[in-house]
Write a protein that binds this ligand. Structure first.
Ligand code: GLA
Length: 419
């Protein structure tokens, strides 16, 4: 009854900030699993269904050797297509015997032995997205198997579940019920498991992830359909979007999040090869800075998807930037907000040590000088502040305004604190 009332209150509206009316009856889905946004690496963006145990082990090793693990990236997530097309006789999921011959428990052990955590993908419906799309055989979604599947994941040592809608059924009650069934099954295992949902897949243009506040249902929830490595797609055929469109859809929602309940504007696509000649040719260096910088401002999960063996040193340097990651992982978990009157070009995020992170972001196609008066930054005292540019570590004293020349599609990130 309460749930229906909440849905009626929230439903049907355009994307507007919702501060109350959480879905899922409780404040957070699983307490304590993600005090700060989860960080990790996922197979999908670079490898799709072309995955196996060797690739995953190699990814875990590369996370250690590139310094990504020590920078904070912890979860190694095996996305769609890891399972056998049929369940076992007792109804349990099983790993694809050809590509994961040792099974998932052995793979989780390999990942854990390297100081990393292990994640898997499933769907609350009858089929996963690859099965719906026909690129993978079988019908092994978790619908009707939630308790058994959650127990199987826990027994295998899974620390993170990506749970992907993969259905055109958009009834909010059906969605919430299905996602809550797995939330409750995960709770029942007693194992701390990050519960990362995507309520949008196969629902075009009205993504429920942006319409409702899913804080009580899941640890992280996707706000849009898939982000491809480009700037603007103007809604691809599957509702796929570019970086600009995902930022525009997610920015108004930040008040909904905090520790253990984070908005998910999708995975990092920096370093992910695009398709030349399409609207997603891969991100330019400026766009890469905008993705990492704005994801840090939004306190978004940082789930990389670059092909680890082939990633250039510049991309690894950006992905492992300690000062930018510190903004993303700030323990206060305070949401970023656009500074009034800035046309959403200036964003402010309060940090736990009393300093603030400021992003000057240029959505335009030509360079622009972006200036914000100090009075708009809501600092505790009115003068004697310095701004540290987090890309080049230069420190500039602040007098009346913070200002920078920002290249097209680029973002300059500052940490502003007392001198
Ligand atoms: C959906 C998700 C992607 C990925 C694929 C797998 O499109 O949004 O992130 O998990 O399914 O099929």
């Amino acid at each position: 009854m309460v749930l229906i009332a909440v849905l009626l209150l929230c439903g049907g509206a355009a994307v507007t900030p919702v501060r109350t009316g959480r879905l899922g009856e409780t404040a957070v889905a699983l307490a304590g699993v993600a005090p700060t946004p989860p960080m990790g690496w996922n197979t999908w963006n670079s490898y799709g269904c072309d995955i196996d145990a060797g690739l995953t082990e190699h990814a875990a090793d590369a996370m250690v050797s590139t310094g990504m693990r020590d920078a904070g990236y912890r979860y190694v997530v095996v996305d769609d297509c890891w399972f056998a097309p049929d369940r076992a006789e007792n109804g349990a999921l099983q790993a694809d015997p050809t590509r994961f011959p040792g099974g998932m428990r052995a793979l989780a052990d390999y990942v854990h032995a390297r100081g990393l955590k292990f994640g898997l993908y499933e769907s609350p419906n009858a089929r996963t997205c690859a099965q719906v799309g026909g690129s993978y055989p079988g019908s092994t979604g978790s619908r009707g198997h939630e308790r058994l599947d959650a127990a199987t994941f826990a027994a295998w040592g899974v620390d993170y579940l990506k749970y992907d809608w993969c259905s055109t059924e958009s009834d909010p009650g059906a969605q919430v019920g299905a996602f809550i069934r797995m939330r409750d099954a995960l709770r029942a295992t007693g194992r701390p498991i990050v519960y990362s949902i995507n309520p949008n897949s196969d629902i075009d243009r009205t993504p429920p992830g942006a319409r409702y506040d899913w804080s009580g249902v899941a640890t992280t929830w996707r706000t849009t359909n898939d982000l491809l490595p480009g700037w603007k797609l103007r809604e691809g055929p599957q509702g796929d979007q570019g970086l600009r469109e995902v930022l525009d859809a997610t920015g108004p929602l930040t008040a909904r999040q905090g520790p253990d309940h984070w908005l998910d504007p999708d995975m990092l696509v920096l370093g992910v090869p695009g398709a030349p000649g399409t609207p997603y040719p891969g991100l330019t260096p400026a766009e890469q800075r905008t993705q990492l910088g704005m994801w840090a401002m939004l306190a978004a999960p940082l789930i990389a998807g670059n092909p680890l063996a082939f990633t250039g040193a510049e991309t690894v340097k950006l992905l492992t930037d300690a000062e930018v990651i510190a903004v993303d992982q700030d323990p206060l978990g305070a949401p970023a907000e656009p500074v009034a009157g800035s046309g959403e070009k200036v964003w402010r995020r309060a940090l736990s040590d009393g300093s603030v992170a400021i992003a000057l972001t240029n959505p335009g196609d030509s360079p622009a000088r972006i200036t914000v008066p100090l009075s708009e930054l809501r600092l505790a005292r009115s003068n004697h502040y310095v701004a540290r540019n987090l890309w080049d570590s230069r420190v500039i004293p602040l007098d009346r305004a913070l200002s920078a020349e920002v290249a097209a599609h680029d973002t300059v990130l500052f940490r502003v604190g007392p001198r």
